[in-house]
Design a protein around this ligand. Structure first.
Ligand SMILES: Nc1ncnc2c1ncn2[C@@H]1O[C@H](COP(=O)(O)OP(=O)(O)O)[C@@H](O)[C@H]1O
Ligand SMILES: [Mg+2]
Length: 343
């Protein structure tokens, strides 16, 4: 029944209280807050941590995660298809939004799967990332709000994007068109904390645009055979973009996806990836879970589709970890929380 590593999914960062988990009536609320059960705080037990995460999903925007001082633009890339790019983009975005961040997802894959999961319209003719790239519309015309959260926005992809790789070739500043568009969005005052760009499974001009627009690259790696196949080429492309177009670009985050705790292989892959990427790899591992794969079929992220599932919990943990890394990225607003911002 277990489809993920219990340890990897238990966040130990949080120390706040979990109402309802203990009898606060008997202890008294004050005392409950001070009780540490020796050295163990309530959220140190797996059940407490899980209850806390469920409570966050039920009461969105009340969590205590640091807001980045500067907007973080993260490109989710891996030229291999089916490794969990889109799934990770939309679920991490939803996890951050639930915890009070304002998040914009830019769908740069003509298949439009991220747009589907976020429940936004993306049939041909809808203003989308395609029109944005070729300069026909401004960000404000293409942004849609996800019906799942007032803090979650999406610039969708339509099938029109399929021709963009070729159309872009002859355009002026063809590698930096997305970057320019995002800068316009900032000027338009959307007050977005995270921009997450879902890339197609290739290293063409769409992915290059995403890499020029971002400072950070997040690489999802599937815990399967040949997990690291092609990663060398991805890293070479990242360093090419870094040396010619965007000196600030770096791999900030690696996420292990579709982890199956029952197999030795998954552990071997996880070890190999950790040896290769070190601290860039998130401790939270995303388990293989039917709920995660079912959610897009309902136009939802797993956080909306089944908030109590292991998949939802693991993405929530991954989101917290990613947010905590704003400190490592040198851009965390120390002490400022979503509550202080009145969100
Ligand atoms: N944690 C998971 N558990 C089960 N299925 C998953 C998980 N993550 C992704 N999938 C499924 O794997 C397939 C590929 O994922 P996707 O995110 O579309 O990859 P990519 O964007 O890299 O092509 C999809 O059908 C998706 O539903
Ligand atoms: Mg995809």
């Amino acid at each position: 029944m277990s489809n993920g590593p219990a340890k990897a999914n238990v966040s130990r960062e949080t120390t706040s209280r979990v109402p309802g988990l203990l009898d606060t009536e008997i202890l008294g609320a004050e005392e409950f807050g001070r009780t540490s059960f020796g050295n163990i705080s309530p959220a140190d037990t797996p059940i407490a941590a899980e209850a806390q995460r469920a409570s966050q999903i039920l009461h969105p925007g009340t969590a205590d995660i640091p807001r980045p001082r500067e907007q973080r633009v993260i490109t989710i890339a891996n030229q291999k298809g089916g490794v969990g790019k889109t799934t990770t983009t939309v679920n991490l975005a939803a996890a951050l939004a639930i915890q009070g961040m304002r998040v914009l997802v830019i769908d740069l894959d003509p298949q439009g799967n991220a747009s589907t999961a976020l429940g936004v319209e993306h049939h041909s003719g809808v203003p989308s990332s395609y029109e944005l790239l070729i300069g026909e519309v401004k960000v404000g015309d293409a942004i849609q709000q996800s019906p799942h959260s007032e803090r979650l926005m999406c610039i969708p992809a339509t099938i029109d994007l399929a021709g963009a790789e070729i159309e872009l070739v002859s355009m002026v500043a063809r590698e930096s068109r997305l970057k320019t568009a995002i800068q316009e969005a900032n000027l338009a005052g959307y007050d977005i904390d995270y921009v997450m760009i879902d890339c197609p499974p290739s290293l063409g001009l769409l992915t290059v645009n995403a890499m020029v627009a971002a400072k950070e690259v997040l690489i999802p790696i599937q815990c399967e055979y040949y997990a690291l196949e092609g990663v060398g080429q991805l890293l070479r492309n990242i360093s090419l973009v870094q040396s010619h177009l965007n000196p600030e670009l770096h791999v900030s985050t690696v996420v292990l996806t579709m982890y199956d705790g029952r197999t030795k292989l998954a552990d071997q892959v996880a070890d190999e990836v950790r040896t290769h990427f070190g601290d860039a790899v998130l401790k939270s591992v995303i388990p293989r879970s039917v709920k995660v794969s079912e959610a897009p079929g309902y136009g939802m992220t797993v956080l909306n589709y089944d908030p109590g599932s292991r998949g939802a919990m693991s993405y929530l943990d991954a989101g917290r970890e990613l947010a905590a890394r704003a400190v490592l990225e040198g851009s965390a607003a120390a002490g400022e929380t979503t509550e202080e911002r009145g969100r």
